[in-house]
Ligand binder design. Structure first.
Ligand SMILES: Nc1ncnc2c1ncn2[C@@H]1O[C@H](COP(=O)(O)OP(=O)(O)OP(=O)(O)O)[C@@H](O)[C@H]1O
Length: 620
């Protein structure tokens, strides 16, 4: 048990953890900064316009002070007054020009800073999407798709805003506070210190507020992600929900998740409101003190009205940036957390990939061989799902796999296109270990027709031609004919142009299956695995598809996984799998003659109405 778990963490070890976390945070920020710097022109324009905007902003209080002094001289009148009137006009025009120019510079700063952020977000979005396409199935088994969507939306936004709200703001605040403090203290040290007295307090409270809000914000993100997961699952399983009349239960689940998010939103208000008031109070307190001391100094003739005006204007100008120190600190912290999550995904090891020097697969005889194959999802020898599987299938042969639910049939199918890698033994295709050939050529040669028929939200034609988008119309039609779908499609008002999928025409389970079979037939694979893919099809249609599959099986290896024995009786070899092992093998006749598990299942299926699972258990 770790020391953390028993609550005896030593201060030294927790300090190490903190240092390690800080190191990781810094390296993440450096990595994001490097990505920003890959856009040097926009970065230079953003920083350049920030520097000019800051200098112009600092000029404004000084021009105001001068204008007030000149106004006093004008009011006094006389020759001096007439001369001052001219200068006052110049100062006023200068003030206008400086303000306008500062506005333009701030616009340029925002424009270029946002542009840098958006470019970086675009690059990261593509990199993440590309990585998700290539990551192994074992990764997708572990990570919920809702979490990946959160990563794509919220975390990317945290990195996108890093340049504008952290780096550019750091430069702006350093210049404004630094030059502002220097100008005020060098003009009048006492008044300068009093005027700046609110800065440390506001900067501190603003940082604390933002960091506390951030902690709750992260928690809120977790809770919102849970909320979207609940919603996603509800929508995906809407038929199950309705069938079980579980709306009230689902509503309760959603309400609970929603309430959790609401509680946290209340906590955020509790942090935000008192701290904002304290910051405002401290600013006005400092402003009052400056007025009090400034007026005394004015009466004593130590400073001019213009100087006091400059101080008050400086304070007003500084107030906003100082309050934003917290936003800046938060932007650094947010970018560090969001960035580390994104880089965590990008740095994921792709376990299933081309081996160094992998070559394109060469199909000659088209012989598939499992040699003493074992497999476990955890990657270790423990809890093996498959044990010592050995069989061979030659071109033109059909191998059928049958066995109780959970016995490992689909797992066997998933090992052939390397959705997972074997943990022991080898799988070869024409003598080439499938781990030594390129994945792209392997997966063109081997296609698995899955149990759940997934369709994209596009036309029937595009769905069928998914593996070969440039295929000619006749080929698409031939594929759908062989899947017994052509006549049905012609009967639809838009024919092959009918949009299917989530927002399109609904197809029945059987029609969806036939469409995926047509999609597979387009690829002309050397090995095709039908993973219980005719389960949702009525017996008559299944028989017609089976005839087609048999015709197609002539020049390829066909593997059929099915529970209905009439789908696989014709196979050249039937493997009866139980608990990850082949317990019986042979042709239909041979297996019947053995009078073992297969025969028991066959007898049961002859007597319609019995439960298939009883037969699996009731082996003689
Ligand atoms: N992605 C996965 N991660 C971990 N374990 C898994 C995964 N997929 C399947 N399993 C486990 O592996 C075992 C074999 O599953 P598999 O899907 O291969 O069985 P099957 O014979 O095809 O079952 P069915 O006939 O119900 O489709 C089961 O115990 C299952 O729980």
């Amino acid at each position: 048990m770790s020391s953390d778990a028993v609550g005896t963490t030593s201060p030294i070890s927790s300090a190490h953890v903190e240092v390690a976390r800080l190191g990781r945070g810094l390296s993440t920020l450096l990595r994001i900064t490097r990505m920003n710097l890959r856009h040097p022109r926009q970065v230079a324009f953003a920083f350049g316009s920030t520097i000019v905007a800051a200098i112009l902003q600092i000029l404004i209080p000084q021009l105001l002070g001068r204008a007030v002094d000149q106004t006093q001289i004008v009011i006094r009148g006389g020759v001096m007054g007439t001369a001052a009137e001219q200068t006052l006009w110049t100062t006023a025009l200068l003030l206008l020009a400086v303000s306008a120019l500062r506005g333009l510079c701030t616009m340029a700063q925002n424009y270029f800073a946002e542009a840098v952020g958006h470019h970086v977000a675009y690059e990261l979005r593509l990199a993440c999407y590309d990585k998700i396409q290539r990551l192994s199935f074992s990764f997708h088994d572990r990570v919920h798709s809702g979490d990946l969507i959160t990563l794509g939306m919220l975390d990317l936004d945290g990195v996108r805003t890093y340049f504008s709200t952290a780096l550019v703001r750091l430069l702006l605040l350093t210049m404004l506070i630094g030059i502002g403090a220097y100008t005020m203290i060098s003009t009048d040290p006492v008044l300068g210190v009093v005027a700046l007295s609110f800065v440390p307090f506001v900067a501190w409270r603003s940082s604390v507020t933002q960091l506390r809000l951030r902690a709750t914000w992260l928690e809120l993100q977790e809770r919102l992600s849970l909320l979207s997961r609940v919603m996603e699952e509800n929508l995906a399983g809407i038929r199950v929900v309705r069938a079980f009349s579980a709306q009230a239960y689902e509503m309760l689940k959603f309400d609970r998740a929603s309430k959790n998010a609401l509680d946290l939103a209340h906590d955020q208000v509790d942090v935000y409101v008192p701290n904002t008031s304290a910051m405002t109070l401290s600013f006005f307190f400092a402003l009052g003190l400056v007025l009090l001391i400034g007026c005394n100094k004015l009466i004593a003739g130590e400073i001019r009205v213009g100087t006091l005006t400059t101080f008050l204007a400086f304070m007003t100008i500084l107030q906003m940036p100082v309050r934003q120190v917290g936003l800046m600190v938060n932007a650094f912290a947010r970018a560090s957390t969001c960035g580390s999550r994104i880089f965590g995904l990008l740095d994921q090891d792709i376990t299933i990939r081309d081996a160094p020097g992998a070559r394109a697969i060469e199909i000659s005889g088209g012989t598939l061989r499992f040699d003493n194959v074992s497999f476990s999802y955890s990657g270790t020898g423990n809890s093996a799902v498959l044990k010592n599987i050995t069989f061979e299938a030659r071109r033109g042969e059909t191998i059928a796999i049958v066995g109780p639910p959970g016995s490992g049939k689909s797992t066997m199918a998933h090992l052939i296109p390397r959705f997972y890698d074997v943990t022991g033994g080898t799988i070869t295709l024409d003598g080439q270990d499938i781990r030594g050939v390129t994945l792209a050529t392997l997966r063109k040669a081997i296609v698995v027709v899955q149990q759940d028929a997934f369709l994209f939200t596009t036309t029937i034609e595009n769905n069928i031609a998914y593996g070969d988008p440039w295929a000619k119309e006749q080929r698409i039609e031939r594929a759908s004919e062989s899947a017994q779908l052509h006549n049905y499609i012609l009967g639809l008002p838009a024919g092959y142009e009918t949009v299917v999928g989530e927002r399109g025409v609904s197809l029945s389970g059987g029609q969806r299956q036939r469409l995926t079979i047509a999609r597979t037939m387009m690829l002309r694979p050397s090995i095709v695995v039908f993973d219980d893919s005719t389960a949702a099809i009525d017996a008559a249609t299944e028989q017609r598809i089976r005839a087609t599959i048999r015709r197609l099986a002539k020049d390829r290896v066909t593997i059929v996984i099915a529970h209905r024995l009439n789908s696989l009786m014709h196979a050249d070899q039937i493997l009866f799998v139980d608990n990850g092992e082949i317990v019986e093998r042979g042709t239909h006749q041979e297996l019947l003659a053995k009078r073992g598990r297969y025969k028991a299942l066959y007898d049961l299926q002859l007597r319609s109405g019995d439960d298939i699972v009883i037969a699996y258990r009731g082996a003689p």
